[in-house]
Design a binder for this molecule. Sequence first.
Ligand code: NAP
Length: 526
Amino acid sequence: MAAEARRQQDSCSIILSESCGNSPEKKGSAAYSRPGTAMSGEMDKPLISRRLVDSDGSLAEVPKEAPKVGILGSGDFARSLATRLVGSGFSVVVGSRNPKRTAGLFPSLAHVTFQEEAVSSPEVIFVAVFREHYSSLCSLADQLAGKILVDVSNPTEKEHLQHRQSNAEYLASLFPACTVVKAFNVISAWALQAGPRDGNRQVLICGDQLEAKRTISEMARAMGFTPLDMGSLASAREVEAIPLRLLPSWKVPTLLALGLFVCFYAYNFVRDVLQPYVRKDENKFYKMPLSVVNTTLPCVAYVMLSLVYLPGVLAAALQLRRGTKYQRFPDWLDHWLQHRKQIGLLSFFFAMLHALYSFCLPLRRSHRYDLVNLAVKQVLANKSRLWVEEEVWRMEIYLSLGVLALGMLSLLAVTSLPSIANSLNWKEFSFVQSTLGFVALMLSTMHTLTYGWTRAFEENHYKFYLPPTFTLTLLLPCVIILAKGLFLLPCISRRLTKIRRGWEKDGAVKFMLPGDHTQQEKTSHV
Ligand code: NAP
């Protein structure tokens, strides 16, 4: 019913737009850069000045040449936008159906008035109302003719699926005499208010008129944002879909991590809880919330870390086999390579949880009972000192390696943050992510091996004939470490380096590596 009503409203609105009877003539756009300034870097733009948003208008003065910008709507977005525009030196006039009620919510320098008055003089008008209310603006069609309308709207997921036409295209169909530009929809009201230093800086812009897009780009820059041209208005649907996405690049890695967690948890549950219950009638179900979780977390962290480095090994092996780097990797490998950062960060997350859970182990009541029972046993057995030298050393080394591995993973996680990554050159970044990442994998492997020690060779650790969990987790990293070792062999390493510099086994592109005078190669034809 709602969909039908909306469809009717859509078609009704389109008919209305014809009855709006605007002249299709479009005026040229004024320069909307910040008054008195050239387009300098974004970082020197002021955050919202207290002076400008203060309720006492006498404290501040807007420069006389400040370009006028109109805003239709007085909601959250309109308020943040007005505050930001005023702070960036624009003269703002807000059009509301009830200006008396809403005027107090806006900065004093923004003029809040009726819609008709608000749209009369500015050349650029932001439409900060929802799509379903666009048709209610049709009465303003004559005044809006020839002006730039900025569509900032975002559809809901349901609306996005329901309408084949984007909100911006719909607005353009209602106001054919205006130039519609889609912009600012990916910036939240909060980000607008906080300023671009504290949020997403990119403003995606699309529209059919270059001049209009340039005007809005200049405005975005003047407000401290970075405009990004997304093409014609036909791209608006794509731009409107962006805020609807929920962490798209995290979906597969997160599902993978959860899948691994469930599998390892089930495996550990069978070994640590079910087996003692079935075989020895021991109730170990209390281990489920903490102990089994803590045995599972490092397994997931370790396997996820291996999965960061496995696609690189597969890609290298594929290049060696094909004898060229100019053939596309299969799609699954391509996607895997692109998601390594997310997989690595999830590995770090699980490793951190493992560290926190491990700190909690001695706090458990069961642990205290176990200690007391052990002490009583010692006394009853008349043993004065319990000290197993080998166990002491194993534990010291095991914990130290674990802390080192976690430290290395933290370093990798920190350097993957864009602000830190941007401060590194390519060599530094690849040293941290590739070399230190591999060191983290080696440390984790040694941490796991010292944890397992001789257990893999003791029959009583094969509960229900299932090998200890750590032996399973070691499989992938050992394959990777072995493959990396093979790639270091001079004959393989030399061939791989040549391939990565453009050499092809069967192709015409042949050259010599610097200092490689022993081999006679054909020269490049490219
Ligand atoms: P809001 O708080 O509900 O404000 C909507 C405004 O629309 C109202 O305050 C109202 O102002 C005006 N309006 C005009 N004609 C109307 C009508 N016929 N019926 C009802 N209201 C009418 O919404 P908002 O959060 O500011 O969002 C406004 C637009 O910005 C939406 O398209 C949204 O998708 C987009 N947007 C919002 C955000 C955000 O973070 N909030 C981010 C990006 C994009 P008057 O009563 O004064 O006329």
